[in-house]
Design a protein around this ligand. Structure first.
Ligand code: ZN
Ligand code: ZN
Length: 152
């Protein structure tokens, strides 16, 4: 009784298996997404179902987006210390706050020097101009420079 029911279950199972996996016409594959063994009539089938294919495609595009983010980081040369550094923003020009400040100081000094040159050319005391603008921020120095050039 026990044996008969077991063998009939197995037989039914065999029949079911034969319907799902027709011999000779199928290629046994393991779906890389859900890890289930499936049979496909196509030898190049990779996924067991449309759902698994889409799931895998989503994963791939997510990974590609990650790689794009990674590659968005690029190496730039610091405008101040001339050392290469990695940045995510294409507009960053300095590797550090210190370099940014040092470059700012340099630009200020250049602006002051040019103001002094212009003043001396116009018979002003360079030294007095220098003392006068010593504490000006760069924006004010640039404005004064532009004005001085206009009234040349
Ligand atoms: Zn699958
Ligand atoms: Zn630097």
């Amino acid at each position: 009784m026990q044996g008969a029911s077991l063998s009939s279950t197995l037989n039914r199972g065999d029949k079911l298996d034969a319907t799902l996996h027709p011999r000779h016409s199928g290629h046994k594959k393991r779906c890389p997404e859900c890890r289930h063994i499936f049979t496909s009539s196509r030898s190049d089938a990779v996924y067991c179902s449309q759902a698994c294919r889409q799931k895998a495609a989503r994963k791939r595009s997510k990974a590609a987006a990650g790689r794009r983010r990674q590659s968005a980081k690029h190496v730039t040369t610091c405008m101040d210390c001339k050392q290469p550094f990695v940045t995510v923003s294409a507009s960053s020009r300095y590797c550090s706050q210190a370099c940014r400040q040092s470059a700012y100081r340099q630009r200020r000094e250049q602006a002051i020097a040019e103001l002094v040159r212009l003043a001396e050319r116009q018979q002003f005391s360079g030294q007095k101009v220098k003392e006068h603008v010593q504490r000006w921020p760069l924006s004010r120095l640039n404005k004064a420079l532009a004005d001085a050039k206009r009234t040349k």
